[in-house]
Design a protein around this ligand. Structure first.
Ligand SMILES: [Zn+2]
Length: 398
């Protein structure tokens, strides 16, 4: 049976998508490569072993062996062996032997799966960015994911432009067109100022923050299956900790262990972040559980990014770790400043995944010390395709 047949058989009998089947087989291959295993050990990876195992067995990608315990001696034999080499009795004589069926995957399976996974990877990464992908993979143990709005969109949340658009309803026409103009320019802080100066219901920072909290709570798709977003894929990278500029709970909802939404106020020092094992989530721009922590206005941004702590944290992080920006547009001038200063002092390899980058954009990123990884995302049905392409990249980093 060819790999295609095997994939198709599992796909039909276990009602999994082809991508899921390839992931499953890859996981099995990586778990059991070069080792003998018992049938029930597959249970740890897949529940439907009764269905999966016969398919695997008939695929020809598995070799069978017999383990024979003869007194104190244990030996593994090929299946056509008839006699025990210790006592010369029949192997199948269970009065003297304890027999266990063992299996081993043929090397060809992992080899063919690796080729298949590479093909899939190449379908979402242009050749010119493959080098950076492998560079990222080589450095994956020191990666700190830095998540921006893009990772929260699949969970139903708005980007800044949409978030603001929903807040401008009570502006008069003249103010509204100025407000829209600022949003279109990407000057979100300017647009917030227009709201504060020209509305009654959103005239204070507190009102604006409350509004944003309510909006996030209303839109957030709690418990959304892992297929439809990349949060779990990012958690699976098992970094020392996470940084996000998002106010929502997506990371802490999908991770295990410490699920407290830390803000800068609650972190003693950079050492606490780097403390391995805790894998805490730092909400750099605050979290909806603490509306006062949310960085929304120009004044908030200035206060945050002038704070010496944030500089010392980034110096500590960038001195020993490599950042991986995901769903982060990198056009936040305040953040850029901090990044550039720390990068000038410390250098390091910091990666950014964005979609459909033009080579000129990529070159500009390289100039400021970023390693850009562009993923190919078809614009029709963009949201779904983005999640899929990013999923392939993140899974292949493991
Ligand atoms: Zn024997």
């Amino acid at each position: 049976m060819s790999l295609d047949n095997l994939i198709n058989n599992v796909h039909l009998n276990l009602s999994m998508s082809e991508e899921e089947v390839i992931d499953l087989l890859t996981k099995i291959s990586n778990t059991f490569k070069d080792t003998f295993f018992r049938r029930n050990q597959l249970n740890n990876i897949q529940d439907d072993v009764e269905i999966l195992f016969p398919i695997l067995k008939s695929s020809g990608y598995i070799d069978e062996y017999i383990q024979c315990d003869c007194g104190e001696e244990t030996e593994i034999y090929l299946p056509n062996t008839t006699h025990c080499e210790y006592c010369n009795q029949l192997l199948k004589n269970t009065f003297v032997h304890e027999i266990t069926n063992l299996f081993k995957l043929k090397n060809a399976l992992l080899k063919e799966l690796n080729l298949r996974n590479e093909e899939i990877l190449k379908s979402v990464i242009d050749d010119q960015f493959l080098g950076i992908f492998y560079e990222l993979k080589d450095n994956i143990d020191t990666i700190i994911p830095f998540l921006g709005a893009g990772t929260s969109l699949p969970l139903g949340l708005n980007n800044w432009a949409n978030l603001l658009n929903e807040m401008g309803g009570s502006l008069n026409q003249q103010d509204k067109s100025f407000f829209d103009k600022l949003i279109n320019k990407g000057d979100y802080l300017g647009a917030i100022n227009v709201l504060k100066n020209n509305t009654l219901n959103l005239s204070t920072d507190e009102d604006i923050k409350k509004h944003i909290v309510r909006q996030i709570e209303a839109k957030y798709k709690s418990g959304l299956a892992e297929n439809y977003h990349n949060i779990k894929d990012i958690i699976n990278l098992e970094p020392a900790f996470f940084i996000t500029t998002n106010y929502d709970s997506s990371l802490i909802d999908y991770k295990e262990g410490d699920t407290y939404p830390y803000t800068l106020e609650q972190i003693e020092d950079a050492h606490e972040l780097l403390n391995k094992g805790k894998q805490i989530v730092l909400h750099l721009h605050g979290h909806i559980r603490f509306p006062r922590s949310m960085i929304i206005t120009k004044e908030d941004y200035e206060r945050l990014y002038k704070d010496d702590r944030i500089k010392s944290y980034f110096n500590a992080i960038m001195g020993t770790k490599n950042l991986l920006f995901i769903g982060f547009s990198f056009d936040d001038e305040y953040f850029k400043d901090i990044y550039n200063t720390s990068f000038k002092n410390l250098g390091g390899k910091h990666f950014i995944i964005q979609d459909n980058l033009h080579p000129d954009e990529a070159r500009d990123m390289i100039k400021v010390g970023l390693r850009p990884l562009s993923i190919k995302v078809e614009t029709n049905n963009y949201g779904e395709n983005y999640v899929k392409a990013l999923k392939i990249v993140l899974k292949n980093l493991l």
